[in-house]
Design a binder for this molecule. Sequence first.
Ligand code: F6P
Length: 192
Amino acid sequence: PRSIFFSRHGESQFNVEGKIGGDSLLSPRGQQYANTLPALITDNIGDAPLTVWTSTLQRTIQTASQLPYNKLTWKSLDELDAGVCDGMTYDEIEAAYPEDFANRDDDKFNYRYRGGESYRDVVVRLEPVIMELERQGNILIIGHQAILRCLYAYFHDLPQADLPYIKIPLHTVIKLTPKAYGCDEERFALPI
Ligand code: F6P
């Protein structure tokens, strides 16, 4: 059976600073994850074919750079666009846009950042990615927190209201193996 592997990019400089969005490079820890990831994936997949999909953002491309497989970048896999809040910390957002901050808390799935996107928008833009995923063999997606929440919710058929709260930790590979109904899941956390 084919499997779909999900991983967030390694820890980025913005993750360290608590800033959302942006296009920062990996932190030293994130770089260590990128160094360790190939062995984990190769041990798991053996010589079965695998294709790696990344977003167009540097932190995913950098995380995938040492993987010895064919790679494809998708603009549709870029992180949820936080619009005017891109590059801010949550504290800065709360201070600058208190009403927005409260609205997001009330309905995180539908809340759309000013000049940016909602989770609902992301689900729509991921439709072509999901169609292609359904047709493919083994795929490893090196993605972003919000994006992987949407894909994960699709494969496990989770409700929209829960989707924005799904835990997708850093430095962890999630392996989904679709069955007739639903998916088997395994997780591999790297101690980095
Ligand atoms: O902090 C990392 C990050 O990927 C941000 O770029 C993004 O806005 C955020 O996580 C999404 O998580 P949440 O919807 O919980 O704010």
